[in-house]
Design a protein around this ligand. Structure first.
Ligand code: HEM
Length: 446
C-alpha cells in the first residue's frame, strides 16, 4: 500500500488496499463521477487500485495510447470476448488482431465510405426520417402528447446503416413497427457486461455463468436468437470473393463461426454507440432549437453539432485501460511531480474527465456547438477523444461520423424537430464501458 513501487502515488487508503472500490463503483455505474472526485482531491495522477493508476492530464494521452503504438490493452478486455472468440475489439494480441483488421480495414476508409457507403447510409436515413415523422405526427395527435423514444429509432438507424454497408444486407430495424428494436435486448446484454468489465476474467466468467443459469432472461434469449439467425445467414450466403465484411474475413482464413461472432460484435458496437450519440444530439437540439435557426446545413455548423454531441454523449465514458510495458513509464503532469509507473501497472484516462474539464471546455455541461466554430484551443483538440486514440481507436469512426452527419443534416433539412421538446431535464447514465441510459429511453415530445 505505501512502500511498493506505486506507494508514492496519491490515492485514498481503500484503493491502496483493494480493487474492490473500483469493482463496486463500476458495478453501480458511478465510477466516472467517483474517479473525477478523486482527481479533485488527489490531483491529476491517482492510484485507484493496488495496481491501477488514472490520469486526468491530457499530456498523458500520447504516452499511454499512441507513442510507439501505445501500451497494450489491459487483460480485462477479454471480458468482451464472445462465445469463446476474441474479437477485433476484445483481443489483447496485436498479431491476432492484425490478420482480421487488415482484411476489413479498407471498408472503413473515408474514400470507400464515400464511394460505396454514403448512398446506402442515405437510404437508411431517409427511412429513419419517414418513421420519425410518423411518430412525431402520432405524438402530436395524442391526448396530452405521447413521448417518442428516439433512442429506439436511432439504434435502428445505426444497425441498418452498419449492416447495409458492411454486410451488404440491411437488418431491417427501421421497418420493425415496434417500440423496441428486436436486437435491443442482445445489445443491452453486452452493454451490461460493462458493469463487470474490470473484474479478473475467471471471476467475470463465473458470474456470467451464474447469471445465465440462475436468472435466464427470455427477451435476451429471443433477441440473441434473432441476431444469431441474421449473422448465420449472411455468413452462410457469403462467398470468399465478396467484398463484404464477412466475405473479407472468410477470405483471410477465419472460421465461419468466428466470422459470425465478429459480425455480432459489430452489431453491438455499431448499434449502441452511434444510437446513443444520435439520440443525444436530437435531445440537445430539442432543448436548443435556436441552433437550427443558423444555416443548419452549412458543413461547418453540422460538423460542430456532431462534434459537440460526441463530446457530451458519453457513449463510452470510462478510462480505456492499458498495461504499462516492462520498461515502465515516467510521467510528469503539468505543474506536478514526476512519477515512475512500473511495468505491469494498469493505466488510463477517462473520456468523462477530459470532455467535462471546465479548463478545456468552459461551461462543460452545456451543449454549445459554437465552441467548435471559434478559437478551438490546442487543448480542446488534444483532449477530445470520443473514439479513443492510437492504434486501438475506433475502427469505424469515419463510418459513425458519416452516419451522424447525414442524419443530423436530414433532421435539419426536413424540419422534423420543429416543435419538439425534451421530456426530461437530464439524460441519466450508468457509467459503464458502454454507458446505459437509465430507463432505456431518450424521449422527445412534439
Ligand atoms: C459514435 C459512434 C461510436 C463511438 C463513440 C465509438 C467509440 C469507440 C471507442 C472509444 C473505441 C476504443 C475503445 C478502447 O480504446 O478501448 C472503439 C473501438 C472500436 N469500435 Fe467504435 N465507436 C462508435 C461506432 C462504432 C461502429 C459504428 C462500429 C462498427 C461498425 C465500431 C466498432 C469498433 C471496433 C471494432 C473497435 C475496436 C478497435 C480495436 O480495438 O482495434 N464502433 N469505439
Amino acid at each position: 500500500a505505501f512502500y511498493g513501487p506505486l506507494g508514492n502515488i496519491p490515492g485514498p487508503l481503500i484503493c491502496r488496499l483493494t480493487s474492490f472500490w473500483t469493482y463496486y463503483h463500476s458495478y453501480i455505474g458511478d465510477e466516472c463521477t467517483q474517479i473525477n472526485g478523486l482527481h479533485k482531491t488527489y490531483g491529476s495522477v491517482v492510484r485507484i487500485a493496488p495496481n491501477e493508476v488514472v490520469f486526468s492530464d491530457g499530456l498523458a494521452l500520447a504516452p499511454v495510447y499512441s507513442d510507439k503504438g501505445g501500451f497494450m490493452k489491459a487483460p480485462c478486455y477479454s471480458n468482451f470476448d464472445i462465445e469463446g472468440h476474441s474479437t477485433i475489439f476484445s483481443t489483447l494480441d496485436p498479431a491476432h488482431r492484425s490478420v482480421r483488421s487488415k482484411a476489413v480495414l479498407p471498408m472503413f476508409s473515408l474514400g470507400n465510405i464515400r464511394a460505396n457507403g454514403q448512398d446506402k447510409v442515405e437510404e437508411c436515413v431517409a427511412r429513419f426520417i419517414a418513421r420519425l415523422k410518423t411518430e412525431a405526427h402520432a405524438s402530436r395527435g395524442a391526448a396530452g402528447s405521447e413521448p417518442v423514444n428516439v433512442q429506439n429509432l436511432t439504434r435502428a438507424l445505426a444497425l441498418d446503416a452498419v449492416s447495409s454497408y458492411l454486410f451488404g444486407e440491411s437488418y431491417g430495424g427501421i421497418c420493425e413497427q415496434t417500440d423496441r428494436l428486436s436486437a435491443t435486448a442482445f445489445v443491452d446484454a453486452l452493454v451490461a457486461v460493462g458493469r463487470f468489465f474490470f473484474l479478473p476474467n475467471w471471476l467475470f466468467l463465473s458470474l456470467e455463468l451464474a447469471r445465465t443459469k440462475l436468472w435466464p432472461d427470455q427477451s435476451e434469449h429471443e433477441s440473441a436468437t434473432k441476431v444469431d439467425s441474421f449473422t448465420e445467414q449472411i455468413v452462410r450466403e457469403a462467398e470468399r470473393t465478396d467484398t463484404t465484411y464477412q466475405g473479407r474475413l472468410l477470405r483471410a482464413g477465419i472460421s465461419q463461426h468466428e466470422v459470425e461472432v465478429q459480425c455480432k460484435d459489430l452489431i453491438f458496437a455499431g448499434t449502441d454507440s452511434t444510437g446513443t450519440n444520435l439520440a443525444t444530439i436530437i435531445w440537445h437540439l430539442a432543448k436548443r432549437p435556436d441552433i437550427l435557426d443558423y444555416n443548419p446545413q452549412s458543413v461547418r455548423m453540422l460538423d460542430a453539432v456532431v462534434k459537440e454531441g460526441l463530446r457530451l454523449s458519453m457513449a463510452n465514458p470510462t478510462r480505456f485501460p492499458r498495461t504499462v510495458s516492462p520498461q515502465g513509464l515516467h510521467f510528469k503532469a503539468e505543474n506536478g511531480p514526476e512519477y515512475f509507473i512500473p511495468g505491469g501497472t494498469q493505466i488510463g484516462l477517462q473520456v468523462f474527465t477530459l470532455h467535462l474539464n471546465p479548463d478545456t471546455f468552459p461551461d462543460p455541461y452545456a451543449f454549445k456547438p459554437e465552441r467548435w466554430l471559434e478559437n478551438v484551443s490546442p487543448k480542446m483538440q488534444r483532449d477530445y477523444i470520443p473514439f479513443g486514440l492510437g492504434s486501438r481507436q475506433c475502427i469505424a469512426r469515419n463510418l459513425a461520423t458519416t452516419e451522424l452527419l447525414l442524419a443530423t443534416r436530414a433532421l435539419a433539412r426536413e424540419g422534423v424537430l420543429e416543435g419538439a421538446k425534451a421530456v426530461k431535464e437530464r439524460i441519466e447514465l450508468l457509467e459503464w464501458f458502454n454507458s446505459s441510459v437509465v430507463g432505456e429511453k431518450i424521449e422527445i415530445v412534439w
